[in-house]
Design a protein around this ligand. Sequence first.
Ligand SMILES: [Zn+2]
Length: 458
Amino acid sequence: MVDGFRFQNSRCQCHFLSHSHADHTTGLTKNFTGGLIYCSPVTAVLLRKDMGMPPERVVPLQLESPISIDGVTVTLIDANHCPGAVMFLFQIPARQGSPAQLILHTGDLRWHSGMAEHPALKGKPLDVLYLDTTYALPKHVHPPQDVAIAQIIDVMQKSYKEEPRTLFVVGAYHIGKERAFLGAAKALQWPVWVAPEKLRVLGMLDLPASDMALLTTREADARIHVVFMGQGLQPDALEKRMNSSGDWARVVAFRPTGWSYRKHGLETRRQGPVTIYGVPYSEHSSFPELRDCVKRLRPKRLIPTVNASNPTASRRVEDRFADLMDLSGDRSRLDMYFAAAQQSPTAADCGHACDLGSPDLELRSTKRRCLGHANSTLNHLEPPPAVQGGWKGPPNSLPVQERCAPIPNGLVPASPEWDQKPGSTGMEYPGLVLDPASLGTIHGVAGSQQQTTQSPPL
Ligand SMILES: [Zn+2]
C-alpha cells in the first residue's frame, strides 16, 4: 500500500511511504503494528526521530537501487518535492496468465522533463501512473522553482536598498519550502534564523553542510527569519516579530506557494510596516509539467491522486491528459470515444472501474460497488477536450447497470472533494495496494487520505 495508512488491514504488511507530509501519513501513529514501512532514508530518519516510530518498523531503501520485495521489484526515484520525497516504480512479474505490469506512483511530485530520461523509465511503457494532480487545471502555470527563488532574491535586494533595516520573513512547512529560503540566503549570503525545533528537523534532512552553515537560532544574527506558513505569516504576527527587536523598520515577508501565482506581478498585501508577497514557488508540478509528464511516460492508465474524490471528478482530471496516454489497449476508452461518436447505443460501457476486470484487480470498497455505478447519470462520459471535435452525439443513455460487467468489488466511495483552494478541508488521495501474499498481485487501486487540517496540499 502506498501512502494509505487509513486503510490498514491484516492482509497488507508492506507499506510504502512517499514522504512525510501529514496528508500522506494520515492514520499512521508511532504505535503502528501493520507490518513494515518502506521509504527513503531521509523519510526513515523523520519517522524514527521526529515522529517516534519504532525503528524496526521502518525500512529505508536507497534511491536508484532496485530491490525485490515479495517478488515485486521496487525502485525509488527522487520526486523533487520535499526532502526525502520519492516516487515508487513497481515492476510486477507476470503470473498465472496475467501480464507483467509497470506501475509508477509519484507521491507528491514536481516534475521536470529530465525525469523521463531516468533509465528505469525511459522507453519503458507504463501500465499505470498514479499522478500528483494538485495543479491539474490549465490556469496553473507557475514558473520553475529557480524563477520563483529569483523573484524572492530580487525583492530582497531592492527592499534592502530602499531600507537597510528591513526584516525579511519566509514561510515554510515543518518539512518543505527549504529551497525558497536557503536559495535566497545562499545568493545573498545572509544568515537565516530558524527556531531551535526547526533547526533540529532541518538537521535530519541531509542538507549540504554549506546550507546548514547559513542557519542560526539567534534572531539578532539574521536578516532572514523562517516561520510557519500559517499563523507566522499573518500581518499582526509579523509586526510583533519586527517590534521584538529595535533593529527593524519594516517587514517584507514571502508566502512561497503555487497557489499565489498571478499572471502579472506578485500577489501583494500591505498592512502598516508589513508587506507580504505571494511567490509562486511550488513543490508540485504545474499543469504544463503534468502534461509533459504524461506525454513522456505515456501510461495506459492514469489515476489522479488529488482532486479525484469522486468518479466524476477523477474522470474529469484524467480526461485532461487522455490525448497523451496510450489508450490503444483500453477497451473502455475506445468504446467511449468511438462507439459514442458513432451513436451506437450499445457499444459504450460505463468507462469506469468495472472495465478493469482483470482477475488481478480486486477493487476495495466499503460499499462494494463500481465507481460508475455510484453515479446515476452518465455525465462522466463526456469526451475529453482533445476529442471534442469528434463528439457526434450524446453518450449512451442506457442505465449504467445494463452496460457494466459484474465486478467482485468496488472502489472506495467519495469523500468531500478538494476544491483546489487553500483552506479547503478535504483531499482524496488514491493509494496503491500490493498484496505480498500473491506475489505482486495488485489487490486494490484506490485509497484515500483525508486532509484534515485547514491548509493547502503540502
Ligand atoms: Zn507533500
